[in-house]
Design a protein around this ligand. Structure first.
Ligand SMILES: NC(=O)c1ccc[n+]([C@@H]2O[C@H](COP(=O)([O-])OP(=O)(O)OC[C@H]3O[C@@H](n4cnc5c(N)ncnc54)[C@H](OP(=O)(O)O)[C@@H]3O)[C@@H](O)[C@H]2O)c1
Length: 276
């Protein structure tokens, strides 16, 4: 992997900047989609126990025939599996479904603060990392307060926080907080789940650069030093979304997109509220 396509994580490991998301990809479709993504050049594959497609993802990885050491596989702990013993058991099941000896990154999917168990879950994650079965560990949908508590009580800083992030919901405070801790910010729903395709600024920039609206948005993430994991089940889009390393946005165009931030931009749930 070329240096402009990877991040150095705070634990010494490396993370591809652009990856492939698999939320809402059915298990039976996952083998083909993952195979296509890997053939296209994606090396970071993002799934979760909660997506119900870890088996299909594992099949796709195996069928692609790329060396395991060249791939970066992320999965996440399902919300109902918080707790020390529960997390260890859930991790074993995820590895079994994926058919892998290790994952590159294991994330706590949601903090569920009302259960008050995410710190003990984090201790289980540290054990999994010490055993080498997850090379890196991190969190998803954690607020600053949640992350600070993990650090205060265990001394271990997550490598990554995967959060909702796109031009209409830019999470500037969280990004700054992560930067101070040496954590990578990874953007979920980076394309705003397709909602940005009719935005005037994005459309204008697409015609200026001769790129699609999605390529402009993915480039905005990369030019903001974010890791980004767009999802598509459409081969032409899978390819298009990876074809973003031959251009960069000018600073003034990044600034134009930065202005799209909106108080109503959040698409998903607030981490303190979600009950799923
Ligand atoms: N940690 C979390 O809580 C969390 C939450 C949400 C998502 N995620 C992760 O982030 C990944 C991405 O987020 P997401 O799936 O919510 O949304 P997204 O990547 O922002 O958008 C996906 C949607 O955009 C469409 N699309 C993709 N590329 C396109 C292109 N080039 N042109 C036009 N349309 C395009 C896709 O359609 P088709 O598929 O029909 O082509 C799909 O409807 C997920 O798959 C998952 O891995 C994590």
């Amino acid at each position: 992997m070329a240096s402009h396509t990877i991040f150095d994580l705070n634990d010494g490991n490396k993370l591809p900047r652009l990856g492939f998301g698999l939320w809402q990809v059915p298990d039976e479709q996952a083998p083909d989609v993952v195979h296509q993504a890997i053939r296209t050049g994606y090396r970071l594959i993002d799934t979760a126990a909660g997506y119900g497609n870890e088996e299909g993802v594992g099949e796709g990885i195996s069928a692609a025939g790329v060396a395991r050491t060249d791939l970066f596989v992320t999965t996440k702990l399902a919300s109902q599996d918080h707790g020390y013993d529960e997390a260890l058991k859930a991790f074993d099941k995820s590895l079994g479904r994926l058919g892998l000896a290790y994952v590159d990154l294991y994330l706590i999917h949601w903090p569920r603060p009302w259960e008050n168990r995410y710190v003990e879950t984090w201790r289980a994650f540290q054990r999994i990392k010490q055993e080498g079965r997850a090379r890196s560990i991190g969190v998803s949908n954690f607020t600053q307060a949640h992350i600070q508590r993990l650090i205060d009580e265990t001394g271990v800083v997550p490598a990554v926080n995967q959060i909702e992030l796109h031009p209409r919901f830019q999470q500037k405070d969280m990004r700054q907080f992560h930067d101070q801790l040496g954590m990578v910010t990874q953007s979920w729903s980076p394309l705003g789940r397709g909602h940005l395709q009719d935005n005037e600024t994005i459309t204008e920039l697409a015609s200026k650069y001769g790129k699609s609206w999605a390529q402009i948005v993915i480039r905005w993430h990369l030019d903001n030093n974010l890791s980004v994991i767009p999802k598509s089940i459409t081969l032409e889009r899978i390819r298009q979304n990876f074809d973003v390393f031959d251009f960069q946005l000018a600073l003034e165009d990044v600034a134009r997109i930065n202005k799209l931030q909106s108080d109503k931009g959040r698409i998903g749930a607030h981490p303190d509220d979600i009950r799923s």
